[in-house]
Design a protein around this ligand. Structure first.
Ligand code: 5GP
Length: 178
C-alpha cells in the first residue's frame, strides 16, 4: 500500500466537525427541522458525523436526503458535464436545504446541484456545507456557506474521499506520497 502523508488527523477532524455542527445549529435554532442533502458517496462519512453532532446538541429534527451526482461517464475529474445519477424522490419544494459535500474543487458539481435543487426541485433556498475546500482549482464561482478546512492543490484521500474506490475508510485526510 502507498504511503500516505497525513494532512488532517482524526482528532482535528472530530473537533472541526463539532464546531461546524454548533454553527449550523446556532443558525437554525428557530427552525422546526434541518434538511440536509448529502452528496454520495464521498460526503457520507462527514455527513454522518456532522448530523450526529447536530443531533447531540438536542432539540433538532433532522432529515437527510441522499443524492448522487457525477460527470458523464464517471471518472475522478469533473468533465464539466455533470448529471444526476440518483435524484431526490422526496418533495423538497420550499424547503431550506443544506448540501453536505466532501470537497469543493472546480465547483462544477455544487453549482450544478444547487441549480437542480432550486430549479427542478423548487427548494426554497440552498446552502452549502463542505468539509474541504480547494479554492485554487475553482472554475465556477460557488459560495460555500460552511467550510471545514481549506486544502492545497493536491489530491486528498480519506475520511470518505477515495482514490479508485480505496482509502475512503481512513480516519484522517491525507495525500498519497510519490
Ligand atoms: P468539483 O470539481 O466538481 O468541485 O468536485 C467534484 C468531486 O470531485 C468532489 O465531490 C470529489 O468527489 C472529487 N474530488 C475533487 N477533488 C478531490 C480530491 O482531492 N480527492 C478526492 N478523493 N476527490 C476529489
Amino acid at each position: 500500500m502507498e504511503e500516505i502523508e497525513v494532512l488532517i488527523d482524526e482528532e482535528e477532524i472530530g473537533l472541526k466537525v463539532r464546531e461546524m455542527a454548533k454553527v449550523i445549529a446556532r443558525e437554525h435554532k428557530d427552525e422546526k427541522e434541518i434538511y440536509f442533502v448529502t452528496v454520495l458517496e464521498g460526503a457520507r462519512t462527514f455527513s454522518d458525523d456532522l448530523i450526529k453532532e447536530v443531533m447531540a446538541l438536542g432539540g433538532f429534527k433532522v432529515k437527510n436526503y441522499l443524492v448522487k451526482v457525477g460527470s458523464y461517464g464517471g471518472g475522478s475529474e469533473s468533465s464539466g458535464k455533470i448529471e444526476v445519477k440518483k435524484g431526490l424522490v422526496e418533495d423538497v419544494c420550499g424547503k431550506e436545504l443544506i448540501i453536505v459535500e466532501d470537497i469543493v474543487d472546480t465547483g462544477l458539481t455544487l453549482c450544478f446541484l444547487k441549480e437542480y435543487l432550486l430549479k427542478e426541485k423548487n427548494a426554497g433556498s440552498v446552502k452549502i456545507c463542505s468539509f474541504l475546500d480547494k479554492p485554487s482549482r475553482r472554475k465556477v464561482d460557488v459560495n460555500v456557506d460552511y467550510v471545514g478546512y481549506v486544502v492545497p492543490d493536491k489530491f486528498v484521500v480519506g475520511y470518505g474521499l477515495d482514490y479508485g474506490g480505496r482509502y475512503r475508510e481512513l480516519p484522517y485526510v491525507g495525500v498519497i506520497k510519490g
